[in-house]
Write a protein that binds this ligand. Structure first.
Ligand SMILES: NC(=O)c1ccc[n+]([C@@H]2O[C@H](COP(=O)([O-])OP(=O)(O)OC[C@H]3O[C@@H](n4cnc5c(N)ncnc54)[C@H](O)[C@@H]3O)[C@@H](O)[C@H]2O)c1
Length: 406
């Protein structure tokens, strides 16, 4: 039987690896991105993001001619939406922005034929799959035999290609037929189990997974602040508490970032503020931790200034939102560096995963250690954890906000 054609809309951290995987599983895949430069890079067999082995997978997909990138949606049998779902930053609770998903749906709608399947992978507030269905219907498409399902992505950046295949998936359609079609499609290339449910449950499932992580990290971050005041080593404390057979406390850091955990809990809170008090508080605790780190650095700078009568140079180690990636979205480290920079502090920035940044010039770790009066470890990148670097950091005046020196 001829394999169905697939069009992936949005070729970022999720869409591009997904396109490579599906194309290398033998489907004819077209990928779409609104950015011409992304389309050009991919069609030359290259990639525009950092993700291990993705370059090899894309090269293989392009050379096999199973995959090509375009600026416009291509007529296909299956459409997968992998566009961003940020939030509108407002004074109150941030509100989810599903405009990109609706734009993608609009560009798909004109190509739809009876029997087609649309899958939304973008993390979305509850009700989005139904909204997309109504949106397509309102654009004049006969929706009777169009199948629509939601299947959230739960991969870990840095391990995306492995997890795309091995993770279990949750698939929920607007009706039973959509659910079945979509889950059978994933079973072609996913080795994990594919679980079938409703669209609303699948949407909520993704939001709950990330909110659960956010709440757990908030607990660790709150402990880190309490312990600092009590002069208790929080890393040792957590290690000891975790010796309890039923306790598993996560590690504190400079806050919580990224496109998912720092964003998705708001998708729940904004729909039901009265009943999501814990989820909201966790978000606020994690955001507060970032401000607390800024204040701690400022106090350390004042101390050096008072002791040595100099304006100290502060080396900030890490800009990304977590270790060993180049992703700066919602990054606490970036927020800390930006805030200190705006306040006129003398900064050196080390981010081994980024060559150029529009605001900050990058220094290597060795020069930073040589030049800085104060080093602050904001992200546990592997480059800061080597046998050679750790003793140098320990010998220097270093504030460690992520347990790198433990
Ligand atoms: N990155 C992750 O680790 C991760 C994990 C799980 C879920 N998600 C979710 O997956 C979705 C995509 O995330 P991402 O990290 O891949 O985002 P991304 O920003 O890396 O990629 C999205 C791409 O979509 C393109 N785009 C935007 N509008 C478009 C349109 N109308 N048509 C075609 N292309 C369009 C953008 O140019 C961009 O290249 C988000 O909802 C995110 O929350 C991401």
């Amino acid at each position: 039987m001829k394999k169905k054609s697939v069009c992936i809309v949005g070729l970022g951290y999720i869409g591009l690896p997904t396109a490579a995987l599906i194309a290398n599983s033998g489907f004819k895949v077209s990928g779409v991105d609104i950015h011409q430069n992304i389309v050009q890079i991919i069609n030359k067999g290259g990639i525009h993001i950092v993700e291990p082995d993705l370059d090899i997978a894309i090269k293989e997909a392009i050379e096999s001619e199973n995959f090509k990138a375009y600026i416009d949606v291509q007529k296909s049998d299956i459409y997968i939406i992998c566009v961003p779902t940020p939030f509108h930053k407002s004074l109150g609770v941030p509100i989810p922005n599903i405009d990109y998903v609706l734009d993608a749906a609009k560009s798909i709608a004109k190509h739809l034929k009876s029997g087609d399947l649309i899958i939304i992978e973008s993390t979305s507030p509850v009700g989005t799959t139904e909204t997309v269905r109504n949106y397509i219907k309102d654009s004049g498409v006969n929706i009777d035999n169009i199948n629509i399902a939601y299947c959230p992505e739960r991969v870990l950046p840095g391990k995306i290609l492995k997890e795309l295949v091995e993770n279990d998936r949750i698939v929920g359609g607007i009706d039973i037929k959509s659910t079945k079609l979509a889950s059978d499609f994933y079973r072609n290339f996913v080795k994990g189990e594919v679980f079938e449910t409703t669209a609303k449950t699948a949407e909520m499932c993704k939001l709950v997974e990330n909110s659960s992580r956010d709440v757990s990290i908030a607990f660790a971050n709150e402990l880190s602040i309490i312990c600092d005041k009590e002069d208790i080593n929080v890393w040792e404390l957590i290690e000891l508490a975790n010796k309890h057979p039923r306790v598993n406390i996560l590690q504190p850091g400079a806050g919580v970032g990224g496109h998912c955990i720092a964003v998705d809990p708001w998708f729940i809170v904004s729909r039901d503020e009265d009943n999501s008090r814990l989820i909201r508080t966790a978000r606020e605790v994690n955001d507060f931790k970032t401000n607390w780190v800024i204040e701690r650095i400022k106090i350390a700078v004042s101390d050096i200034n008072a002791k040595k009568n100099i304006k100290p140079i502060v080396a900030c180690l890490g800009l990304a939102f977590k270790p060993d990636i180049d992703d700066l979205r919602e990054s606490p480290a970036l927020e800390i560096v930006s805030s200190l920079s705006k306040q006129g502090y003398d900064l050196i920035v080390v981010e081994p995963n980024i060559k150029n940044h529009e605001l900050f010039s990058m220094t290597d770790i060795y020069s930073a250690i040589d030049q800085a009066d104060l080093l602050v470890i904001l992200v546990r990148h592997k480059e800061f954890l080597s046998q050679e670097i750790i003793p140098k950091l320990k010998k220097s005046n270093t504030l460690d906000f992520c347990g790198a020196l433990q």
